[in-house]
Design a protein around this ligand. Sequence first.
Ligand code: UDP
Length: 484
Amino acid sequence: SPPRPRPHVVLVASPGAGHLIPMAELARRLAEQHGFAPTLVTFTTDLSSPEEAMSCLPDSLATRPTIALPPVQIDDLPHDTPIEILLFELVRRSVPNLRALLRSIDGPIAALVPDFFCSEALPLAAELGVPGFLFVPSNLAALALMRRLVDLHHGVDVAPGAEYHDMPENLELPGGVALRRADLPVSFQSSKEPVYARLLEEGRRYLSADGFLVNSFYEMEPATGEELRQAAERGAFPPVFAVGPFVRSRSNDDAASSACIIYWLDLQPTGSVVYVSFGSGGSLSVEQTAELAAGLEASGHRFLWVVRMPTLDGNEKSGRERSDDPLAWLPEGFLERTKGRGLAVAAWAPQVRVLSHPATAVFVSHCGWNSSLESVSSGVPMVALPPRAAEQRMNAVILEQSVGVALRPRVREDHQIDADGGVVARDEIAAVLKELMEGDKGRYVRRQAGDLQQAAALAWTPEGSSRRALEEVAAAWKSALGNK
Ligand code: UDP
């Protein structure tokens, strides 16, 4: 008899490299280890540049179908619409196109896996009679936070003009994580913001998922994992499977500029370099850039800094005649004074290779989840420097308080540089760097980072937690298919 066709798994990635990269890695594992035929569906939009996202994808992905849904209009929304609402709306309006795509797939579909911004696609799984799993490119804590939001609004109608409850000023998450409201992702901070109601709507839809696949691993967030497991046992929440960490392969970083960076690292002593980078979009204010530069200079350590254009306020835009070269925004004379021990590059570095290089000691990071997992996978401890009001603040708190692989420099009360008090001063940065490189507390964090690196590697060995979790899911999908 002819071989049975490989069952399809359709994965839907919302815009943004940070969502696409781990999902592509999930697709690869589903194909290589479980014999599925994955199709990765993306959106056509100028919300994020698809070229940039695509250039981050592992080469292996080029060989399997990636289908971009046709563009849909969202330009009727007011120009100040928050990005989350634009994303949710993009997904909502794309559902008919996704339905058509699913119907056009030849052969059995084993599961539909939209990411956490695409829960609007979940009803399509029910229509097809296949399992619908949400992929969370973030951590277990983010899912626990969404649960809290839903619980907080138990019995509250989502309707125009409805009164929503604010999240508590101090929120305790499992694992001893104490979050201030200001540390929550911005859209969770105020019930008055339009995106808050939309999040609640999303969160309620989460309850209809057949399960979650999360880009984290049990050993990194055991307390949250337990809380979610117990909730699932009580039937209060769908089952959650931690199947990460999904870290992009290193193969696509072979540009000439990357070679120069690695060449420079090769010349540095083992464990001597502070790597500084703030993700694919992250940039600092002009003040924070200056403080960071001075802090690096004062620390006396070697560094590799991926410099992005700072965020500019109106004054700076009109006041200074500077180029669009990010390096031109560094303080006067900084590059000359640190010549020989510091390398500043504009815009991009081959991060996974940099973090796994023996010369790299410490990562000063905005704590995007991909960056965090890459750091963990390389055993590199972090200095958490999320830009103010960024969604990564919560990751920073988790990484410091519960995981123990990061130190967070504090904003000093007597040294508030801007009105928001959001700038971390140079001496604090220098002190934290010194602590992490040389101090006792730093030694603990370095050891933690080493231990967690081992746990991360084990998670994907044959008896490892993430491997077993994905096997359990794959087996369930296959048996559901067999029962049809
Ligand atoms: N990245 C990189 N080089 C850079 C900056 C970022 O390779 O100079 C990669 C990084 O390795 C990570 C991704 O871009 O995989 C950034 O994702 P993350 O979730 O950390 O942050 P985001 O960009 O979503 O804020």
